[in-house]
Design a protein around this ligand. Sequence first.
Ligand code: HEM
Length: 308
Amino acid sequence: MANPKHEFAAAAERRTVLTEPLVVLPAWPPVVADKREFVRFTRLHRTLHACMIVSFLTLALTGMSLKFSYTGWAVRLARILGGFETAGFIHRTAAVVMFGTFFTHIATLIRDKRRNHLTWRSILFGPSTLLPTRRDAQELAGTMKWFLGLGPRPHYGRWTYWEKFDYFAVFWGIVVIGSTGLTLWFPVFFTRFLPGAFINVATIIHSDEALLATGFIFTVHFFNTHLRPEKFPMDTTIFTGHMPVAELRRDKPREYAALVADGTLEEHLEEPQPEIVIKAFRVFAWTALGIGFSVVVWIIYAMIFAYR
Ligand code: HEM
């Protein structure tokens, strides 16, 4: 009978070879016997991302039902939620959760900086920076070449250029959608120092930026994270926090090589989550994907057949 450990190693090797050019990467011998996985996200990261999912889905569902209130699906959705007025109340409540998530993330960055005695310079310009760098531009160009079969797949590090883009899309989105949303929420306060016409402008910006954000997250972000051939049909890393070492080696070879080189890979390994926990995360993630894709279909329908 075939040895399952060897089959696993062979499968991991095949997956690596499929997407990776033949490059010299330090081998990871324990992968055959060791079930431990690489810890990519802490519990706090995962909790904040889950809060972001719940608040964003709620904001998108309630917001789109207000925006497209003249369509049948929006009326039905609003009825399920308790009417348009209640949908507006749920929208504001979810906005508070999103603001809370955003400011907790900022507070965590400051806390980690102090705790680890880091400088802003090392955070913003170090090897694990989330800021776009010249290397990201090179990897973007390299990826386009790879798509066309004209070169090898770039050796991505901890954050790929598309992950950085997604991260800053949320930053930008929260600033624009959040500030205009607050203007719509407290018009009397804001028109004490802004012209009244700004409320109309804020409505247009809020509404259109929301449409852009919803379209982007439920298509590009979903595709990049879950529907790419290497990840299809679901990448559970952001939910479990873990990724198999073979996957780290294949998807983030530069980070893998650095961890092996400085001998710290071991420190980042943990036993996998229990199967029941992974199943629960999958149900949550599939529900979120299902809602997101449905919203995209509803929006396309409303834009083509019912737009006013
Ligand atoms: C994060 C902070 C946010 C705040 C404070 C906020 C606040 C508001 C407020 C007060 C309204 C007016 C609705 C009413 O009066 O009942 C509104 C409308 C709306 N919001 Fe938000 N919102 C936020 C985020 C979002 C997000 C993330 C989305 C979508 C992804 C979104 C989509 C919409 C849409 C589509 C409308 C309807 C606009 C229209 O009538 O065309 N909002 N929002």
